[in-house]
Ligand binder design. Structure first.
Ligand code: FES
Ligand code: FES
Length: 225
């Protein structure tokens, strides 16, 4: 602080330093102007997203003009849907999991423009307004969360997992890759949900809630192609 407040006085006592300072400041602004001029010819290459839409929880939404916006940022920053969480922002925790056309997707790793014309479902859109999805109720009953940070991702991921089972998608622990019926065994559940990390360690409740919700269709028959 002292050095900064002494600087103007020092400059006024030293004309050479003052002149140098003036030149440096001028160069700084010249460089700023030059680089912004360089950028301008490229701005027309950035396409607008007018009339390109994505469906979020049943409602059409216009995609942002900036093609670099991730699906997660579109949800949280643009639409203020704060269910999907930004945990690691690099695909390692699963907190940002949402469903795209029923399949689970890590929204932090996806660009919003990739999903033009697709249907995105977040935890807010899983159940009709004012109601809870059966899996949400089971999470409450089984203490499937503590801080709740990972919970929206866990719930969307579990719903997506069931979709995968119905599609006959095998996992690393599926013994028979040709089977028509995949059971939601303890191992299958743990393997398929392993991308969703819970820092509170509420795994027992999470597994119990998912098992109870989907136990009625414990064995999933492959959907016809
Ligand atoms: S925030 Fe997307 S995987 Fe962690
Ligand atoms: S409930 Fe806290 S991170 Fe899972």
């Amino acid at each position: 602080m002292r050095a900064a407040s002494a600087a103007p006085g020092a400059l006024s006592r030293n004309p050479d330093a003052a002149a140098q300072f003036g030149v440096l400041r001028e160069r700084f602004f010249q460089v700023r102007i030059a680089t912004s001029a360089l950028r301008q010819p490229f701005t027309h290459l950035i396409p607008t997203r007018k009339h390109m839409t994505i469906t979020i929880n049943g409602a059409p939404v216009e995609l942002p003009g900036d093609p670099r916006v991730s699906l997660l940022d579109l949800l949280r920053e643009h639409l203020h849907l704060f269910g999907a969480k930004k945990g690691c922002n690099q695909g390692a925790c699963g907190a940002c999991t949402v469903l795209v056309d029923g399949e689970r997707v890590l929204s932090c790793l996806a660009l919003a423009v990739q999903y033009e014309g697709h249907e995105v479902t977040t935890v807010e859109g899983l159940a009709p307004q004012g109601d809870l999805h059966p899996l949400q109720k089971a999470f409450v009953e089984h203490d499937g969360f503590q801080c709740g940070y990972c919970t929206p991702g866990q719930i969307c991921s579990a719903v997506g997992m069931v979709h995968e089972l119905r599609q006959g998608v095998p996992s690393h622990v599926t013994a028979d890759l040709c089977t028509e019926r995949i059971a939601l065994s303890h191992d299958e559940l743990r393997e398929r949900m392993s991308g969703n990390v819970c820092r509170c360690g509420a795994y027992n409740g999470i597994v119990a809630a998912i098992s109870e919700t989907f136990e009625s269709f414990e064995t999933f028959e492959k959907e016809p192609a």
